[in-house]
Design a protein around this ligand. Structure first.
Ligand code: PRX
Length: 651
């Protein structure tokens, strides 16, 4: 709690640009309407969608289980496609897709996207996939990724997208937990100028996942692939299907997707989202928080579809609102460190939604790169994934936004499905670095350990919201335990927060054993389990340490088995081997920045590893209270070793 008490003294304010405020989609009265009658207000937002059957009741709340728009029926894919085409918007560009190799481009109109999704839906039906099934999607950022998601939604199957950077082992865990019947993947994708394979990980996974009946493979790079009797080329199966598909309506609570995310224990949680409430809140927030004008805006969310931001704000939100989006396959430095700025200039992007880690990277690369491009089309900037430090906020505003664009710092989670805490660009006078306050229709409370409202403490959500998770796939107990047990009657988000003297809300990062690396959640236990699965490792403790670029970086403290010689374990080759091992078990994003081999880990008398002290070591702070340690000399030895290693950092 000591970390939470550091109250910020940020007093700068940035008002909405007058012209934007005058024409804003949402004005200040939204807060009044929502607070007068929250449920009625969400009903109005739900009416923005096309329902095939109206709901009988807005909300059925049997804590911790919510059902929204009970009895209502709709099809998410129809809401994202058919209704726009029916309204005469078939020629509007849905995606300006930009491949990583220079000149690789595809503009896809709403009519074309509907045709492609219809073909894919017909193919899914042919493969026996329908309502009640799960489909695993493991693809790069290519149009087929969105097509596959929407086709699943169209036939009522739940998709489970697994980030293309995850390893075969991570894929096995997710396919097994979801009991997925079909995997949709590609030969590979482009990463930093070279084709990078995806199919081998799927091949390895399918061998261990008997639930998988077929693998549908998109040809993206043309690289060689091994072929098995479960494999089918997308071009053979999807392309020959009829381009029309009569979509069925599904219950508002029909599962739309599972998305696995890290928790405090090693096993990833399959977060379950359903259809009507999710789409309502995602569509409304996308329209309100970005002040989206679908006729004129060009919107770009830089998140990969493997994360929830990619689901809600690169696919469902923008498509539900008939927006025109950019979708980019590659890394920010592919083809030059100004790649993003040239894309913004080329497509006249007006709304950019990205993460603080990217912003800090660009700051490091220098102002000249964006400075060499015309970014005057931008009018609203968004941030998500971790707290944005005021310095990065100001840089984003000045250098990228030319000092004229409001910044919406949006707080939410995989579990919340959609934005929860954020300014409104035409209403809020923003403080740099703050997500400001809950959106209309959302109720938050900051509480102490006893669940009493306080100025600083734990962030809780005290009313159900439409896009909330409906559970953890296959694990009711874990759902109750993780989110609803710590504070009676409230959802606990795992974040610290504080109100400042102006009633402005500041998010202070995770308070549990979850690290936030480049805006992605990784659990300490998950990385520890990966390290311990290496034959030479006896024990491992992992902490997140502040990092100027990635927010947090992983620092691992490892003890090795007696059979490992000292000169082996102290070598750089061994640290590399461990890092690569973690990459293999989880994926390269989980590679520790630093590995410290130590004879022992600091433990309490009851044998619990004192991570708090290891965090002090990793962040080069003075050590906190060591009185409960079984052997206080252990942590001093580690601290000393850390000092030496940091003085001569590993290559
Ligand atoms: O700690 C918060 C941080 O990211 C966590 C959620 O991670 P994930 O489920 O991967 O979703 C990320 C994208 C929605 C939160 O518990 N977080 C997210 N956005 C912000 C943030 N922290 C501070 N400010 C934000 N804007």
């Amino acid at each position: 709690m000591t970390e939470l008490s550091a109250l910020s003294t940020e007093n700068r304010r940035f008002d909405p640009p007058p012209e934007l405020a005058a024409n804003a989609n949402v004005t200040a009265d939204a807060y009044d309407h929502a607070s007068k009658d929250r449920l009625a207000w969400w009903e109005v937002q739900a009416s923005r969608l096309q329902w095939d059957r109206g709901w009988d009741r807005v909300l059925e709340w049997q804590r911790p289980y919510a059902k929204w728009f009970v009895g209502g029926e709709l099809n998410a894919s129809v809401n994202c496609l058919d209704r726009h085409v029916d309204a005469g918007l078939g020629d509007r560009v849905a995606f300006h897709w930009v491949g990583e190799p220079a000149g690789d481009r595809r503009d896809i109109s709403y009519a074309e996207l509907l045709a492609e999704v219809s073909r894919c839906a017909n193919a899914l039906t042919e493969l026996g996939v329908g309502r009640g099934d799960r489909v695993c999607i493991y693809l790069p950022m290519i149009p087929e990724a969105a097509v596959a998601m929407l086709a699943c939604a169209r036939v009522g199957a739940a998709h489970s997208v697994v980030f293309g950077g995850f390893s075969a082992q991570a894929l096995i865990d997710r396919i097994t937990d979801a009991d997925a019947k079909l995997v949709i993947t590609s030969d590979g994708g482009y990463r930093r100028g070279a084709p990078s394979a995806l199919k081998p990980a799927v091949d390895e996974a399918v061998l261990q996942c008997p639930s998988v009946e077929h693998v549908l493979v998109v040809r993206r790079t043309g690289q060689d692939v091994t072929w098995t009797d479960k494999d089918l080329w997308w071009s053979d199966v999807v392309d020959r299907q009829p381009a029309t598909h009569q979509a069925q309506s599904f219950d508002a609570e029909n599962p739309l997707f599972l998305l696995y995310t890290s928790g405090t224990t090693g096993k990833p949680k399959g977060i379950l989202h359903t259809t009507g409430g999710y789409l309502t809140q995602v569509a409304w927030t996308h329209w309100a928080v970005f002040d989206l004008k679908p006729e004129t805006d060009v919107y770009w969310c830089t998140a990969d579809i493997g994360w929830v931001t990619g689901h809600s704000y690169a696919v469902y939100g923008p498509l539900a609102n008939a927006a025109t989006s950019v979708m980019y396959e590659g890394t920010p430095d592919a083809g030059g460190k100004d790649r993003w700025w040239s894309i913004i200039e080329e497509f006249k992007v007006s709304i950019l939604y990205t993460a603080p880690t990217a912003i800090r990277t660009f700051m490091k690369w220098g102002d000249d790169l964006p400075g060499a491009h015309d970014l005057s089309s931008l009018r609203v900037l968004g941030s998500v994934g971790e707290p944005i430090n005021p310095e990065a906020w100001i840089w984003y505003r000045d250098v990228i936004g030319g000092g004229r664009c409001p910044i919406v710092d949006t707080w939410w989670q995989t579990e919340t499905g959609a934005m929860m805490i954020s300014p409104l660009p035409g209403v809020t006078s923003c403080k740099p670095g703050s997500a400001m306050g809950p959106l209309p229709g959302i109720a938050v409370d900051v509480v102490n350990d006893a669940g009493e409202s306080r100025k600083a403490g734990f962030l809780t959500l005290n009313e159900p919201w439409p896009s909330m998770l409906r559970g953890i796939w296959g694990d009711e107990d874990r759902y109750r335990e993780t989110y609803w047990s710590r504070f009676e009657g409230r959802y606990f988000a795992g974040d610290g927060a504080k109100w400042d003297d102006d009633e402005v809300l500041w998010l202070l990062g995770r308070v549990d054993d979850v690290m936030n690396v480049s805006g992605h959640r990784i659990s300490t236990t998950e990385v520890e389990s990966a390290l311990v699965s290496h034959p030479s490792v006896a024990e491992a403790a992992v902490v997140g340490a502040n990092d100027a670029t990635t927010g947090q970086a992983i620092v691992a403290f490892v003890t090795v088995k007696g059979s490992v010689a000292d000169d082996v374990s102290s070598g750089e080759a061994f640290a590399k081997e461990l890092r690569d091992h973690v990459a293999k078990e989880i994926g390269p994003i989980a590679k520790p920045r630093q590995i410290l081999i130590t004879p022992e880990l600091p433990k309490t008398r009851s044998g619990k590893i004192m991570r708090r002290l290891l965090r002090d070591v990793a962040e080069h702070r003075e050590l906190g209270d060591v009185t409960t340690l079984a052997d206080p000399t252990v942590v001093n030895a580690i601290n000393e070793k850390m000092g030496q290693q940091t003085a001569a950092p590993p290559a």
